[in-house]
Design a protein around this ligand. Structure first.
Ligand code: PEP
Ligand code: MG
Length: 593
């Protein structure tokens, strides 16, 4: 990603609009963030520099081998089947980082074509990757793509070690600006320090993709999908970002700045008045308790969540642990993170979701490179969530062991993502029992009983099979972000079709109602933890549908509590019936309005 070309400076005010993601007013200079690491400048070198470039290259290759050997050593403690899966991959990478054809070609490119080590790594790995794909296209596409990607992975590791820019980093950018980027991946967003920026704006992205979820966790005023952003914004130009109205004003007039200052004060006052709700009960006018829990995406949210008035964590996404890492976090590291969350919630339950890797959560480039990346044409329909975990039991076993150990420190529930059939639940339970026995025989501290094991209802199949799943699941959590995507066949991460993505479509609501009914018959708890739970206007509808437990990003809990306290549940039932019978999403919106 590069900054737009220089243009004569214009100080005229211009106003852009985007999708509101995080409410609040951010005022500051535009701060661009270039894509680092892989966007390394191409460089020719003089013949006298060959030796030093070769030296740098050898050092980066040696460091890469050391990183992988360390990882290999850590695998030694794993069950044999797990080792059998991952070891060959690591060994192949170590081998290729030795005196392989790839390495020899990079050395030759530096010496003969007089290009820098970084340029040689970029060019040669790409040439080799393409050659592999080209040569094998006709025979085995999948295997060729995998091999080509492995070559690119090796290239990326070498580049990171050469440039010492580990992953995309915002840390060196000035404080107080409005971060402006073309595209932000979820893994990038996970690296943002909330105290660093007054606002965040991107040209791509939409309200329900995983980056949006991350930004809500970060809590800085933010807009996604701001059309024309990169062509209009200039480094250091002052902007006003309104994360509620969805506007970005570049070079604001004095009148716009005055208005923004007024709005910012009003927003701060509103936040302050919400804080008074913290100690009040979350119950409707007619005294029905609606339990409000928090979703946790990133560890730094923990103190805020613990103070948010939430009565537990309804969804702890664990993907952040695996993003921007050279290696998969081991059992002890995961255990430390989960235990911290359990201790911070001080007796309130923590629902830890097993890794939901794949789809829009998978980072390309950085990320836990040893988690097998899917190369399917439709990754959202491929090896995602529980499917990946069952195929790579080493991931599942480590995570289950870490969670079971953390459960000795307070109430924990375990939740399975992307379930579509009963077998998946049964297989995960078998894995959990196996891990439990292993830990028990090693005399590891465990809770008295295994934690409840529940499933996310986020595929139409799960909702349609809810009655069957409810016989075996300890609880349900409805994930409307994915349930909407899969029901309406609209990608949650694609802006161009986002108008079609609507969780209030009666088709989605009927699946939600079906799930709640099945949970009720089986007598198991059911919550809703998709982004829909944080929309104030839908609270009466969700209550009318029968939900008594909602989980949302921590910043929304008090706002939703205020709405709950202003709602009469007796009036909500008719509203829900009307919505379920509605002809389309527009009719449901009209009912809520
Ligand atoms: C969902 O799909 O609604 C959900 C909560 O999971 P995620 O957004 O992490 O996919
Ligand atoms: Mg989901």
């Amino acid at each position: 990603m590069s900054n737009p070309p220089a243009r004569p400076r214009t100080r005229r005010q211009s106003r852009l609009s985007g999708t509101p993601i995080v409410a609040g007013i951010g005022i500051g200079p535009v701060t661009f963030a270039d894509e680092p690491a892989l966007a390394v400048a191409r460089q020719k070198i003089a013949a006298t520099d060959i030796a030093s470039e070769l030296h740098q290259f050898e050092a980066a290759a040696a460091q890469s081998r050391r990183q992988l050997s360390k990882l290999s050593a850590r695998l030694a403690g794993l069950p044999e089947t797990a080792q059998a899966e991952i070891s060959p991959l690591i060994d192949a990478h170590i081998h290729m980082l030795g005196n392989s054809r790839l390495m020899r070609a990079i050395r030759a490119a530096i010496a003969e074509r007089l290009i820098s080590a970084t340029t040689a790594v970029i060019d040669v790995t790409e040439d080799h990757a393409q050659a592999v794909q080209g040569a094998r296209r006709s025979t085995d596409d999948g295997a060729a793509t995998r091999q080509a990607d492995e070559i690119r992975d090796i290239g990326r590791r070498l580049l990171r070690n050469l440039t010492r820019l580990p992953f995309r980093s915002f840390a060196d950018l000035p404080h107080g600006g409005v971060l402006v980027v073309e595209r932000l991946r979820p893994a990038d967003a996970a690296l943002i320090n909330p105290a660093q920026f007054a606002g965040i704006a991107t040209e791509e992205g939409s309200a329900d993709d995983h980056t949006a979820v991350m930004l809500r966790a970060i809590g800085v005023p933010a807009l996604l999908g701001v059309a024309g952003l990169m062509a209009t914004a200039r480094q250091n130009a002052i902007v006003i970002l309104d994360g509620e109205a969805g506007t970005l004003i570049i070079n604001p007039s004095p009148a716009s700045l005055d208005e923004a200052a007024r709005l910012r004060m009003a927003f701060a006052r509103a936040q302050h008045s919400l804080a008074r709700l913290r100690r009040l009960a979350s119950e409707t006018i007619d005294h029905v308790t609606i339990e409000l829990q928090a979703n946790l995406e990133l560890p730094f949210e923990l103190p805020m969540v613990a103070q948010s008035g939430a009565t537990g964590i309804g969804l702890m996404r664990t993907e952040f642990l695996f993003m921007n890492q050279d290696t998969i976090p081991d059992e002890d590291r995961q255990f430390a993170t989960y235990r911290e969350a359990v201790l911070a919630m001080d007796g309130d339950p923590v629902t830890i979701r097993l890794l939901d890797w794949g789809g829009d959560k998978q980072s390309d480039g950085s990320g836990a490179e040893l988690i097998p990346s899917s190369h399917e044409a439709n990754p959202a329909l491929g090896l995602r969530g529980v499917r990946l975990l069952l195929q790579y039991p080493v991931l599942l076993d480590h995570q289950l062991a870490a969670i079971l150990r953390a459960a000795a420190f307070g109430p924990v529930r375990i939740m399975i993502p992307m379930v579509s059939c009963l077998t998946e639940l049964i297989e995960v339970r078998a894995a959990m029992n196996r891990v439990w026995r292993r830990l028990e025989s090693a005399q590891v501290r465990l809770p008295r009983e295994a934690p409840p094991l529940g499933v996310m209802i986020e595929t139409p199949a799960a909702a349609l099979n809810a009655a069957i799943l409810a016989r075996e699941a300890a609880f349900f959590a409805i994930g409307t972000n994915d349930l909407t995507m899969y029901t309406l066949a609209v990608d949650r991460a694609v802006a161009s079709t986002h108008a079609l993505y609507d969780p209030l479509d009666p088709a989605v609501l009927r699946l939600i109602a079906m799930t709640i009914a099945a949970a009720r018959v089986a007598g198991i708890p059911v919550s809703l933890c998709g982004e829909l739970a944080s929309r104030t206007s839908t609270v009466p509808l969700l209550i009318g549908l029968g939900l008594r437990q909602l989980s949302m990003h921590g910043g929304a809990v008090l706002r939703i509590k205020r709405q709950v306290r202003a709602t009469d549940s007796r009036l909500c039932v008719n509203l829900a019936e009307a919505a379920l019978a509605a002809s389309g999403a527009a009719a449901v919106h009209a009912l809520l309005a």
